[in-house]
Design a protein around this ligand. Structure first.
Ligand code: NAD
Length: 296
């Protein structure tokens, strides 16, 4: 079998176009422009690139983007004061604090100081609890993007065996909750899992979120399974820098029914879902119906 490639870049463009349409409608019919505030503390180069591209795409879909760049030495008190100001600003519907934060700042404290209704990353403890109990919440962007691609490919996921490799709070755990919410039978595998190949071979859906280059070889994949590769790993091969996923794409594509490439799979969906979450937050804040197809 040669796998169908799930084109995350094209799908993300479609999601952004849907968001842009809904934003235009919201402006015209309700006079509301969704606003996303992004807070960056320090000069981490990768974070600067992410923040720049988030700001650019926010403006491209017609939303307001508010960037707050603070020095690396910013005190916790000052950061919390800024978040409090954004929590109380009606023009701001979504707040994202770019992680990682410098070591002297307590990440949990900072994230949990964001108004859960504006927590478009879905990391606030209230949103984690709401998702875990199947209630309306803000859903972390990367797993939401994976879910959208799976629903688009399969329609219903009900009854499918899904294995999520990785148990992080930002990808693995919320991904497992979302798959459970769509009635999959879910296994969460991790670094201590016994006989990982055997666990993966049972899965109709494999979501790999580990951060180890090409650790899942094709012969772990059940014939016809759908493979979602979240991993982003920089490696050097043949003297060139390359991005690869957690799955060995070439061998997995020979057995899978469908597979996401790296780059061009899950990555572009993450920012598209951040925009979708900001739109959802703006609709909820104004008591309006949520945008269809853009939430879990
Ligand atoms: P993390 O380091 O927080 O978690 C990794 C998980 O992998 C852990 O739960 C650990 O138990 C598990 N693990 C480690 N070694 C293992 C092994 N040998 N076998 C099985 N499981 C093992 O990572 P994360 O933040 O969840 O990110 C995972 C990957 O996804 C990284 O490559 C990251 O860059 C990528 N990522 C991509 C996006 C995106 O937008 N595409 C977003 C977030 C993360």
């Amino acid at each position: 079998m040669v796998a169908q490639v799930i084109d995350g870049k094209a799908f993300a463009a479609k999601v952004r176009a849907q968001v842009a349409d809904q934003v235009a409608k919201l402006k015209e019919e309700n006079g509301i422009t969704p606003g996303l505030a992004v807070v960056l503390v320090g000069e981490d180069p990768a974070s600067q690139v992410y923040v720049r591209s988030k700001g650019k795409m926010t403006v491209e879909v017609g939303m307001n983007s508010y960037e707050h760049k603070l020095d690396a030495e910013t005190s916790e008190e000052d950061l919390l004061a800024l978040i409090d100001k954004l929590n109380n600003d009606p023009a701001v519907h979504g707040i994202l604090v770019q992680l990682p934060l410098p070591k002297h700042l307590n990440e949990d404290l900072v994230i949990n100081s964001i108004d859960p209704a504006k927590d478009v990353d879905g990391f606030h403890i209230s949103n984690v609890g709401l998702l875990g109990t199947g209630q309306k919440s803000m859903v972390p962007c990367t797993p939401l993007g994976c879910l959208m691609m799976l629903r688009d490919h399969h329609g219903s996921l009900s009854g499918m065996d899904a294995v999520v490799i990785g148990r992080s709070n930002i990808v693995g755990k919320p991904m497992a909750q979302l798959l459970l919410g769509d009635s999959c039978t879910v296994t969460i595998a991790h670094s201590r899992t016994k006989d990982l190949p055997d666990v993966v071979r049972r899965a109709d859906i494999v979501v790999a979120a580990v951060g180890r280059p090409e650790m899942v070889p094709g012969d772990w994949i059940k014939e016809g399974a759908t493979v979602i590769d979240v991993g982003i790993n920089r490696i050097e091969r043949d003297g060139k820098n390359k991005l690869v996923g957690d799955v060995d794409y070439a061998s997995a594509a020979e057995r899978a029914g469908a597979i996401t490439p790296v780059p061009g799979g899950v990555g572009p969906m993450t920012i598209a879902c951040l925009l979708a979450n900001t739109l959802t937050a703006a609709c909820r804040a104004n008591g309006l119906p949520e945008p269809e197809g853009l939430t879990a």
